[in-house]
Design a protein around this ligand. Structure first.
Ligand code: FES
Length: 113
């Protein structure tokens, strides 16, 4: 597991359980909501990342997109977001996704929100 970096908004974040690591296969995604957040957990080549799930360009749901070695590809206009820092790798998206710290405890994936 590699923790992702957050944007610094959360100094005293709360860890919430996302899902079991066993249920998130290699190159699969899991989505869930917490309060007003729409979150995406990605297993990219065995590394676990957490980001916002809604594309910063025109609000497509990235959980219906695709994972590739470059990150998650938006299904609507095909921008790719780096899962480590949230930055778009190509237009039309220009704003990064928010990223969240991740930890795994007893096979459960937790996200700091
Ligand atoms: S909605 Fe994602 S790139 Fe346009």
């Amino acid at each position: 597991m590699k923790p992702t970096t957050n944007t610094g908004d959360s100094i005293l974040g709360t860890w919430i359980k996302a899902c079991s690591k066993d249920k998130l296969g290699n190159n699969e995604m899991f989505s869930f909501d917490h309060d007003t957040k729409h979150l995406l957990i990605s297993n990219l080549n065995g590394m676990i990342y957490a980001t916002d799930r809604i594309c910063t360009h025109a609000e497509a749901d990235l959980s219906t997109g695709f994972l590739s070695d470059e990150g998650v590809r938006c299904p609507l206009h095909l921008s790719v977001f780096n899962l480590e820092n949230g930055k778009p790798q190509n237009l039309p998206a220009e704003e990064p996704l928010k990223t969240y710290n991740v930890k795994i405890d007893q096979n459960e994936i937790y996200v700091e929100v």
